[in-house]
Structures are given as structure tokens and as C-alpha cells.
Ligand binder design. Structure first.
Ligand code: SF4
Length: 372
């Protein structure tokens, strides 16, 4: 059986047409699943009996369960979602209130674990188990809305995994989320964050409804960046910049750069000046992110040596960027107390994190395996 949420509206249309039904039936199915959030085809009352029967035989409507969730005092909630084959991912709900403007953001995962192994990231220590399907990406959103009772306003692909390494399923999920018929999200409220998978940045620029792009830089020196992010050995900063320039040229959407500040490594004046030059290649903003500890994971010497820049240094770095004409913001550490902040997603703190890790995953060097 196939998950119907892994199909775009066009694919459902092709399916119903092949069966001899009118194409508008596809919209009824789509509306039932995404607007009315039905859990079975029987509940889509507008469909003829024969089509309901065929759909029930061939497809299922997926859902995921939150095995656990934990709320921080700042309102951030970290979910542990269990998936169909026994895998699990985490997502983080971040509520923001800016006076009259309220934002409800979900940081979704695109993979179980991640293959890229960034030195500062707990997910990277897990290794990659598998890609999530489009349905599993969307189900994180639906389940979060169900549990919180809140309508999400923004989606950021900054949870577990490198979304551009799960490109096909990412694009399918984006097609569904931005579909004009059900209007779940505006493409302007969706951000895909990448560590810099250069060829896929070019590909993402060409999708029908491009979304916001965030690029993790963390250093503007190739040698330092390569230490922090092994993927940088494959694509240099020059190649990342060229891809980003092209992304902006095609989409006209300003770029966001993510930059974690580490004491003595990338927080100096020269770093800020080079970062400003890099960022000004196209309209952009820089998010400065405090480093969040990941010492609940096994770390190598380099990862263990990483220290957060002080608050004063972060403020100084930001001021310098601002004075150089760069829009720079300090990202909050939402969810830090529940290990749900940036870079911390690795199944920690859900219950007793050590017990949980012991029971669910067996750490083997840099990868993990479920204990059957
Ligand atoms: S920061 Fe992103 S790309 Fe790097 S290891 Fe973590 S999840 Fe993967």
C-alpha cells in the first residue's frame, strides 16, 4: 500500500483519470486530506463509493504519533515522533509573539539522523538512518497542530537532516504545502536550510514555487569551515556564493545566512568583515546563533574544544556587521533547556536522555542503530 500523502495533486489527478473518474475527484481527495484532515477515505463524503473502495485498497492516509513531547518555560515544545517502521525524529515548535504579530513556527526534520556530521551538531553524531517521505514531513506539521491546538504560520526545514539530500521528497512536500487549492502555507513562510549542497541549491531555485533559502556558513574561511562542516571539503565558499547568487537571481528571494559563533574560532573582527563582504553579494540577512552545548553526545577532540562566544562578543560581532551595512540578528536559544535548540536534536532529554538513548539507540562510533 502507498501513502497518499506522498502524491502531489497532479499525481492524484493522473491516478483518478486512469481509473476513468473525472479529474475534479482528485481535488476532493486532496481537500479531504489537507483541509479537512480526514483519517480515512470513507470520511470524504463527496466521493463515489467505487472510488472510495479503490482508494482504500491502494492507499493509506498516514499519521504519526508523538511518542513524547516536552515543553520549555519559553513555550517551545520538542516533539519525539515515532514513524511507521520504528524510526523516530524530533521537531520543535517555537511560538513567538511580537506585539500584534504572532508566529507559530515548526522546525521540521527531513531525515532520520544526518550524514553530514557537522562538528557542532548532535544530529550529525547520529549518522543517517534514512530519508523521510513527503508524507512523514507533512505529518509532523499536522500532529504538531493537533497537539498544540495552534495553527502554524511558518515552517523551517532546520530539524534533523539535510533537506537538500532528500531533495525529491522535500520538493514533493513543498508542492503540497504551497498548493493553491488547499493553501496550507505561503511559500514566503517556508524556509529550507542547507549546509551548502551546491548542485541542489541550483535545482531548488528552479522549482515552481521557490521558498526562502537559509545557508549555514559558520565561517568565511574555507579551512575553518571544513573543520566545522565536513561537507565544506566538497564545495568551497566560492562555489556556495555562486550558487546563492544564482538562487537570488532566479527567485528574487533574499538569502538568510546562519552563523554560529564559537569563541576564538570565528568571532573576530576579520571574520565579521569577510562575512559582511560575503553576505552583501545579494540581499540577505545574517542570523547569529549562540552555540548550544551537545556534550550529551560522544564527541571527538575538536567538537569538545568548541566553546560558545560570550554574549558581549556576539553583540560586538553583530554591531560590526550592522556598521558594515549587513542586517544581522541574534537568534534566541528557544528550547535550550530541553535540548531542543539549534543543533541539539538527537533524542536527548526525552525522559532520562541516557536511558532513552540506551533503550532506543546503540551508539556505534558516529552512527546509531535501533535495538530490536
Ligand atoms: S547541522 Fe544540519 S547538516 Fe550539519 S549535521 Fe546537523 S542536521 Fe546535518
Amino acid at each position: 500500500m502507498l501513502c497518499v500523502k506522498d502524491l502531489s495533486l497532479q499525481e492524484i489527478e493522473a491516478f483518478v483519470k486512469d481509473l476513468g473518474f473525472e479529474p475534479f475527484r482528485a481535488k476532493q481527495i486532496f481537500y479531504g486530506i489537507y483541509a479537512n484532515r480526514v483519517e480515512n477515505f470513507e470520511s470524504i463524503t463527496t466521493l463515489p463509493r467505487e472510488l472510495k473502495n479503490i482508494l482504500s485498497e491502494k492507499f493509506y492516509i498516514s499519521s504519526i504519533n508523538s511518542a513524547k513531547y516536552e515543553k520549555a518555560t519559553d513555550g517551545t515544545i520538542k516533539f519525539l515522533f515515532s514513524l511507521r517502521n520504528g524510526s523516530a525524529v524530533e521537531s520543535v515548535f517555537i511560538p513567538w509573539d511580537y506585539g500584534l504579530k504572532e508566529r507559530r513556527t515548526l522546525c521540521v526534520s527531513s531525515q532520520v539522523g544526518c550524514a553530514l556530521g557537522c562538528a557542532f551538531c548532535a544530529t550529525g553524531k547520529l549518522g543517517l538512518e534514512r530519508n523521510l517521505s513527503a508524507g512523514e514531513i507533512i505529518d509532523q506539521i499536522f500532529e504538531c497542530e493537533k497537539i498544540t491546538g495552534e495553527r502554524l504560520t511558518n515552517i523551517v526545514f532546520m530539524g534533523m537532516g539535510e533537506p537538500l539530500q532528500n531533495f525529491q521528497n522535500l520538493v514533493k512536500a513543498l508542492e503540497i504545502l504551497t498548493n493553491d487549492f488547499v493553501k496550507l502555507f505561503s511559500r514566503r513562510n517556508i524556509t529550507v536550510s542547507t549546509a551548502g549542497i551546491v548542485p541542489k541549491i541550483y535545482d531548488l531555485a528552479k522549482i515552481e514555487k521557490p521558498v526562502k533559502l537559509a545557508v549555514s556558513l559558520h565561517s568565511v574561511f574555507d579551512d575553518v569551515r571544513q573543520k566545522l562542516m565536513p561537507v565544506a571539503r566538497k564545495w568551497s565558499l566560492k562555489e556556495v556564493r555562486e550558487a546563492v547568487v544564482e538562487y537570488y537571481r532566479i527567485t528574487r528571494i533574499p538569502i538568510t545566512y546562519e552563523y554560529i559563533l564559537f569563541e576564538g574560532l570565528n568571532d573576530g573582527e576579520e571574520d565579521a568583515r569577510r562575512l559582511a563582504k560575503f553576505a552583501k553579494a545579494v540581499p540577505s540577512k545574517v542570523n547569529l546563533i549562540p552555540f548550544h552545548r551537545i556534550d550529551f553526545m560522544p564527541l571527538d577532540d575538536f567538537a569538545r574544544s568548541l566553546k560558545p562566544a560570550s554574549k558581549e562578543q556576539i553583540l560586538k560581532f553583530k554591531s560590526l556587521l550592522n556598521s558594515l551595512g549587513v542586517r544581522a540578528f541574534i537568534r534566541s536559544s528557544s528550547g535550550y533547556e530541553i535540548n531542543g535548540a539549534c543543533g541539539q536534536l538527537a533524542f536527548a532529554n526525552l525522559g532520562n536522555k541516557n536511558e532513552w538513548l540506551k533503550n532506543f539507540v546503540k551508539l556505534q562510533g558516529n552512527s546509531f542503530q535501533k535495538i530490536e
